[in-house]
Design a protein around this ligand. Structure first.
Ligand code: ATP
Ligand code: MG
Length: 388
């Protein structure tokens, strides 16, 4: 039984969200065997119809946005008070080895025909478990139990006491599409993950600068994209050759403004790709003050290069907080591999921290007649691969 939280607050759209979540689950589980995924009374049930790898299936569900909990349940086909008593005792015998803990039974009775009332059924099942396991250490604590035994009674009854955590968020595909600027660093994979978590379908763009950046740096970005794709679903990665543009900027613009002007070109290209792909926004891993190109002044000037919204989910996070997320989602180890990024190669010794739009636009005028064909070429030679 799959638990989901925020979807439940979507009113009339609730079914749309639930259907997308069911579809995502089907797609994720399909390679592992035959599964039935169904929606029933505001819950989603996943039932295996063939042998399957339990850990892999749970692992995939635990990376599916929209899910807050995965509850392995035992079913009672045609519940009667007696059959539920018996099944709860069997469940306990099978699922636990050591009974030195406190518990409480919580019953949800959707089937109002069921002859025993909720509180009475809770007391009754508590009694059944105590009779059987009290001597082995089991005791009741109604205020702060270590184990909560949940019994939901509908046309079937469902018994569970363990909830494996899901990633939360909203199902991918319920909130438009974004192009994420994905570099090989720590921040942008986290940013990509955070926006995907809110239900946005992600594509990515990487600016490649051979021979200044190696093939290995590109592979690293692909590896990172694949890790994020375990959560976000397949990611189309656009690879843009950025070398000529960078050299032109380097040759014609003040060196203390290089990073800002480069970023503005990255944003312009990302916006073009977003238009082609019918994406609604761009995403970056920037965070206020982390480096000189990420002061509020610099970020403001960079934003003026494009019309589409720019989302920066790491904006208010400290580096350590971003690192914590990257460790949690599994990108950290890959991110810290030492392959160079184009921004670190063409970087000025004393970059501007308080640029103005007028100043940067003035510098960019030096590229008139030079940058346009290179820019067009970069766009026209962009290639893509799917990361799964
Ligand atoms: P990250 O850890 O994500 O690499 P960073 O702290 O190194 O970020 P910058 O190098 O200033 O910061 O880059 C800021 C953002 O710009 C990155 O988070 C990423 O979204 C984008 N970016 C930088 N370089 C590239 C690149 N080569 N290709 C695509 N996006 C890039
Ligand atoms: Mg970087």
């Amino acid at each position: 039984m799959i638990k989901y939280a925020e979807i439940g607050t979507k009113g009339k759209n609730r079914y749309v969200f639930e259907d997308i979540l069911c579809k995502k689950l089907r797609a994720r589980l399909k390679p592992l065997g035959a599964f039935e995924v169904r929606r029933e009374y505001g819950r989603i049930f996943v039932e295996a119809k063939s042998a399957f790898d339990y850990d892999e299936a749970v692992g995939r569900m635990s990376k599916t946005f929209g899910i807050t909990g995965i509850c392995p349940v035992w079913e009672v086909e045609q519940p009667t008070p007696e059959s539920v008593d018996q099944r709860v005792a069997e469940y306990f015998a099978e699922e636990y080895d050591d009974y030195h803990f406190t518990f409480k039974v919580h019953v949800r009775r959707r089937d109002k025909e069921f002859p025993v009332h909720t509180m009475e059924m809770e007391a009754r099942l508590g009694g059944v478990l105590l009779d059987r396991f009290e001597e082995q250490g089991l005791s009741v604590d109604v205020h702060d139990p270590q184990v909560m035994v949940e019994v939901e009674i509908r046309n079937k009854a469902y018994i569970y006491s363990k909830v494996l955590p899901g990633p939360g968020g909203l199902p991918v595909g319920t909130n438009g599409k974004a192009i994420s600027l994905l570099s090989g660093g720590i921040d942008s994979p986290v940013a990509t993950w955070m926006i995907a978590k809110r239900g946005v379908e992600m594509q990515a763009v990487y600016f490649h600068s051979p021979p200044y950046t190696s093939e290995r740096a590109l592979e690293k970005v692909q590896d990172l994209g694949r890790i994020v794709a375990r959560y976000a679903g397949p990611i189309k990665l656009h690879i843009v050759d950025f070398t000529k543009l960078q050299l032109a900027i380097y040759d014609h613009c003040p060196h203390d403004e290089l990073t800002i002007i480069m970023k503005r070109y990255m944003f312009r290209i990302a916006q073009e790709i977003a238009k082609r792909e019918e994406a609604d926004c761009i995403v970056t891993g920037e965070s206020i003050g982390q480096v000189s190109s990420q002061t509020v002044f610099s970020l403001g000037v960079i934003d003026h290069a494009v019309e589409c919204p720019v989302y920066r989910p790491c904006i208010g996070l400290d580096k350590q907080e971003i690192v914590d997320i990257s460790e949690k989602i599994g990108t950290y180890e890959t991110s810290i591999q030492p392959y160079e990024d184009c921004c670190t190669i063409f970087v000025a010794r004393h970059p501007v921290t308080k640029p103005t739009l007028a100043q940067i636009e003035e510098s960019e005028k030096k590229l008139v007649g030079i940058a346009e064909p290179i820019y067009e070429e970069a766009l026209n030679t962009a290639r893509y691969i799917w990361l799964k």
